[in-house]
Design a protein around this ligand. Structure first.
Ligand SMILES: [Zn+2]
Length: 319
């Protein structure tokens, strides 16, 4: 059995104390260096962490911005791209729009001018616009109209344009099976018309004193459209005289619906008596030409109103 010798601690002497002090200093120095290194590493880690955190934040921020602005960015032209104003030349668009507007007003003006010139050719004859002229272009209806039309004696003349239009209208009616028209009255010379008026005045001196309040059926030669050769009284076999029941015949209805297509207007409508000064005459048609007739038919105006819409007749023609 072995017996361990106790370790004998030697007592420190001066030499030993010096070595111990050196070791202690060296140990402290190592600890300080380690502590500094540790602190340095911590600082470095902290910086790295801060750097990563800031970079991540910037990256996220950029991603958010990109999401927000990418759709808008698609419409953004590069700086050196031609600007939209020069590509589309908006000044030319404005010019084009102005040009179109100008063209439209030009067309409207031209149409108005044409309608005005047509209207200005229409002779207005009534109590306020007396006519003293005789037509110089009368033609006979006898050889012109179809045998389907009855022509009363003394009613066989019209101004040529009206006569040709009347033939066209009766031919159209005949083609639709209406063969019972009567030309009851057409051109009347001034002496005949004036005799009608004089006879009427002889019976009633106050007749025609205020035609716009009390419309008349008979007019003087100066106010009669029959004296111009442009008016015609059209009746039919079933109602051969100018009475109110004529308006209900198929012949009268056909004329009311179709006469404008041939240049004729119903001259004295029922609802316009206070303007025309003449009683409702569903048989009296006035030739004004197809364009004006169509406008008057469509507008529902009487001739006085239609011409007044153009400022016609002009004042100079009133004198
Ligand atoms: Zn008449």
């Amino acid at each position: 059995m072995s017996i361990k010798k106790p370790i004998r601690r030697s007592r420190p002497n001066s030499s030993n104390r010096s070595r111990s002090s050196y070791a202690r200093q060296r140990s402290n120095s190592v600890i300080i260096r380690r502590t500094r290194r540790h602190h340095y590493r911590r600082q470095q880690k902290k910086k790295l962490f801060t750097y990563i955190w800031v970079s991540s934040a910037i990256l996220i921020f950029c991603i958010i911005l990109a999401i927000i602005f990418i759709p808008a960015k698609e419409n953004v032209l590069p700086v050196d791209a031609p600007q939209i104003s020069s590509v589309l030349d908006t000044s030319s668009i404005e010019d084009s729009s102005v040009l179109q507007s100008s063209l439209i007003s030009s067309i409207v003006d031209e149409e108005y001018q044409r309608a005005y010139e047509t209207a200005a050719q229409i002779k207005l004859v009534n109590f306020d616009h007396p006519n003293y002229d005789d037509p110089d272009n009368l033609v006979s209806l006898d050889s012109l109209l179809s045998d389907a039309v009855t022509i009363n004696s003394g009613a066989n003349q019209l101004a040529e344009p009206a006569a040709l239009a009347l033939k066209e209208m009766f031919d159209a009616a005949e083609a639709e099976g209406i063969t019972t028209y009567i030309v009851n009255s057409a051109y009347r010379d001034r002496a005949t018309q004036q005799s009608f008026w004089d006879n009427r005045i002889a019976q009633d001196p106050s007749y025609g004193d205020d035609v716009y309040s009390n419309p008349v059926k008979t007019v003087p030669a100066t106010a009669s459209e029959h004296c111009t050769g442009l008016a015609v009284d059209i009746l039919c076999d079933s109602v051969p005289h100018g009475t109110s029941d004529y308006k209900d015949t198929q012949e009268a209805k056909w004329l009311a619906d179709n006469a404008y297509r041939f240049g004729f207007i119903l001259r004295y409508p029922d609802e316009k008596q206070s303007i025309t000064g003449v009683m409702f005459e569903p048989w009296h048609y006035r030739y004004v030409g197809k364009d004006a007739a169509a406008d008057i038919y469509a507008s529902g105006l009487c001739l006085e109103e239609y011409l007044a819409s153009f400022g016609l007749p002009e004042k100079s023609s009133l004198s």
